[in-house]
Ligand binder design. Structure first.
Ligand code: HEC
Length: 106
């Protein structure tokens, strides 16, 4: 019985921890990481005629998009994104998503 309770507690903790990871991106760290994104998406994240804007994207949506590129679930037709998300950890992606959510999408 005790073991079961312990496993349950650990599972709950893990669920909470992953929830926090997504919700709790650190936008200051995201700003630093965004140095590798600005070449294409622009300093303000608004993109240009060649690249889609990412400023003001909802953080949860942005996080899912980045994860999608990394896992190959989203097929990146120009193969531009995969190279840049390949090395990112989930924390990196959460931080980037948090940062871009603070920008004005215009
Ligand atoms: C070499 C250019 C380039 C770099 C660098 C780059 N991107 Fe992209 N990104 C693109 C292009 C082009 C697209 C459009 C979709 C595609 O080709 O797959 C895109 C699409 C996206 C999308 C999907 C937007 C949507 O609404 O569907 C997100 C989110 C994104 N990029 C975030 C980032 C982040 C965060 C970084 C930095 C880690 C980054 N990108 C670096 C070129 C780039």
């Amino acid at each position: 019985m005790l073991t079961r309770n312990l496993i349950f507690t650990v599972l709950c903790f893990l669920l909470l921890a992953t929830g926090n990871l997504q919700a709790g991106g650190d936008s200051a760290r995201g700003l630093e990481l965004s140095e590798s994104c600005v070449d294409c998406h622009g300093d303000d994240g608004k993109g240009d005629e060649d690249t889609v804007g990412i400023a003001g994207l909802d953080a949860a949506k942005h996080f899912d998009l980045l994860k999608g590129y990394k896992s190959g679930e989203i097929v990146d037709e120009d193969e531009m994104m995969f190279d840049y998300v390949e090395e990112l950890s989930e924390q990196d992606m959460a931080d980037l998503a948090a940062y871009y959510a603070t920008l004005d999408g215009g």
